[in-house]
Design a protein around this ligand. Structure first.
Ligand code: COA
Length: 164
């Protein structure tokens, strides 16, 4: 059985992430999505919220499992008994960072391979930060995120009364 891992902060998950997940789920028998608990950036959503939104967004895919992970990505890959890390490449500028990560992960776990999928063109500019900024300023994010995410962000920014 060919298993792969797709990991991220998912603060929040977007349709760009979902596009990579859906396409990977057609290539591999099983995809483990790792929601990183400990990240360097400040997150809007706590890890349980980020996890819940990913679970809700992938519930139509029966070969996708979602897990929260702490620590190194390669340790999570080992735990899943997977051999491939899937990464989405949005724009050329992603490449340097991705190459660095793939090389470091390979050093840490020589049996792992990183596979890059080009993000579909309509999501090539998308990021979780962009989605949060637009939502915070009252813009419509429903074309970029699953419904559960737009509702969650709407509620957060309504509650905090944040209009930028
Ligand atoms: N569509 C839309 N947005 C996308 C995307 C896609 N296909 N792919 C990435 N993005 C966005 C993300 O939402 C994120 O946006 P943000 O910076 O506004 O939050 C940005 O692009 C960067 O994504 P990514 O590089 O995947 O970072 P991440 O923070 O989501 O995840 C981890 C990074 C968790 C995978 C990485 O830090 C990690 O492996 N951590 C574990 C610790 C470890 O092993 N470190 C050593 C690694 S060598």
């Amino acid at each position: 059985m060919k298993k792969a891992v797709y990991a991220g902060t998912f603060d929040p998950i977007t349709l760009g992430h979902l596009d990579v997940i859906e396409r990977s789920a057609k290539i591999f028998d099983l995809i483990y999505i790792g929601v990183a608990a400990r990240v360097k950036k400040n997150t809007l959503l706590d890890v349980n919220n980020r996890y819940d939104l990913v679970v809700e967004s992938v519930k139509h895919l029966n070969n996708v499992h979602v897990t929260i992970f702490n620590g190194l990505l390669v340790d999570f890959v080992r735990e899943c008994q997977a051999s491939v890390i899937v990464r989405g490449l949005r724009v050329l500028s992603d490449f340097e960072y991705e190459f660095e990560m793939a090389s470091a992960n390979k050093k840490l776990y020589p049996d792992v391979e990183t596979m890059f999928l080009p993000t579909s063109l309509e999501y090539s500019f998308l990021s979780s930060s962009l989605v949060k900024e637009v939502a915070c300023l009252g813009g419509d994010i429903s074309i970029w995120v699953p419904l559960c995410v737009s509702k969650t962000l709407e509620n957060i920014y309504k509650k905090t009364g944040n209009n930028g």
